[in-house]
Design a protein around this ligand. Sequence first.
Ligand code: ZN
Length: 260
Amino acid sequence: MIEKKRQLLKSIEEAELVLVGLGKEFIVDDSAFSNWELFQKWKEADKEGNYLWMEPFLKIVWMKEQEGLENQRAYENLAKLLEGKNYFIVTLATDDMIYASGLNGDKIVAPCGSVSKLQCHCTEEIFYFTKEMEQQLKNAVLSGNLAECKPFECPNCNELLQSNVISTQTYNEAGYLPVWEMYTKWLQGTVNRKVCIIEAGVDFSYPSVIRFPFEKIAFFNQKASFYRIHEKWYQLTEELKDKSTAIACNGKEFFMNLFV
Ligand SMILES: [Zn+2]
């Protein structure tokens, strides 16, 4: 493992461009959400279930407050690793935690969406979960008077706004497409250049977003080096054997312990 780590650091150092794909192993484990103080307070104040609409928004607030989470350490190390490099990151996580690190938000695309962006099915418009909304919600829960906080509705049709993420039935892709366009332009610039490709924690969910296209880029680029890091799905295809390295390790843990 130490040898492979060293090799990765060297590849990054020598690379002109670095492409990173982060998958399921980076998705935040939200099992502790229901133990959260505010969650409990909300449950207690809403015995009749009249304010169920608050739950997904509370979850966003919870995620924002999880500063000590392992994910953050992994992202900070990734930021350190990529410092001064020309990079782009594609992530399957939708929790937005990556944006709270030292990484450049303009160089991150999240095609599965983003919890702090909101959408409605009636329009392509993207709305945001603002600080004011967050404060209103928290105040209402803390005071125990949930009626204090009006539901967060679409200004056009007055239906409840939903997170702009892929699990929302009418997922609106307008939320990430502008950055995706920048990403595809950036990819065109990797042709014939020394690119280091790191795929971490990616399994076979949404394989057309990271797994398959990354393999293709690595295959066609003569100067590419490719690293696949996953606890279980680290295997590499035969054609990539010469320029790739498989690392059997959880992607998030790998980055958490990168400089240890
Ligand atoms: Zn609407």
